[in-house]
Design a protein around this ligand. Sequence first.
Ligand code: NAD
Length: 359
Amino acid sequence: MPLTIGILKESNDKRVAITPENLKRSRVKDITWWIETGAGDEAGFADSTYADVAEVKDRASILSKADVLVSVNPPSDSDWPQIRPDALVISQFRPYQDESIKGRLESASFKALSLDMIPRTTLAQSMDVLSSMAAISGYKAVLLAATQLPRYFPMMITSAGSIRPAKVLVIGAGVAGLQAIATSRKLGAVVEAFDVRSAAKEEVLSLGATFVEVEGAVDDKGAGGYAVQQSEEYLARQRAKVQEHAAKADVIICTAQVRGRKAPILVEKDTVHHMRHGSVIVDLAASTGGNCAVTQDGQIIKVNGVTVIGNSSLECEMPEDASRMFGNNILSLLGHITKDGALDLRMEDEIVKGSLIKT
Ligand code: NAD
């Protein structure tokens, strides 16, 4: 019997975990694919577009019969008792954000593989949903800022006068930050960026932005490429430096995160008050507290004439390409953990060891 993999419909997300195009191009063979009714609708993939590659089924049948379930966000706890015992559920369980998830999973009868726990190594690059989704959110953050800003991004020399280019400050030069820098540069802005990892400096410079350095950052090479918590003394110096640069910025894109911790506050309320009227802050770290002191998660607010957008899920605003990329990431993972149409979960494999959070 070939392996059956069911793609679940999301409840509060326009994305779908795998698109029909992903399946048509897939090199993962000998799989029977099932798709939940309406799963791709909001991403632009109607049930009919899956006709050649998957069988459309209702949720209850997929939950109770599929060998493997895939989704962008984990099935809800109320779905859990219906899931076939010993099935493998592949999703973003986010144990770094949801501290109770591992404990809750202990009593579940299925296995859980958390996509966000796949190690950020060269081998696993094609499976890295965090990177593909962060790149979209960095891009979208800049477009959102550009539409809110009452000024131009590029320099304009016209018969009606000359306009100076916008200044963009990017805080955190990881995947989202680097994409925000690249997008801002393409739109003609002058860009500055902060990061605590020394490796980020070269990448920032290669994109044509200026790297703003605050001496004395702790840069732990053993943290898997992630930033580590900085001292309060360092963060205070950084906040002062941010204020200096924020006063001249038209747009601030906040992306600084420390895995498993609250995001550092780097843009104080007072800094927002120092910004020019009409300026825009997009805080992608909103769901973990935000980098800006006034950010409200999921809200767009005005503070002293500055628009502050708190949104950590901008990738959901581009569901078609987000789904395409997510699907490619999952299929790459499936290519790694299946062999001859069967699951091949080797615990000594570093990708499996890092991401299989419930066996
Ligand atoms: P992230 O979302 O965890 O954090 C975003 C950025 O915020 C990081 O660059 C971090 O250094 C920075 N930051 C944290 N505290 C800060 C502070 N006080 N001030 C300024 N910046 C601060 O990061 P991410 O985008 O998920 O990337 C994490 C790491 O993984 C990076 O090193 C990235 O290059 C690496 N990565 C590796 C691969 C791979 O090799 N396959 C793929 C993707 C990402």
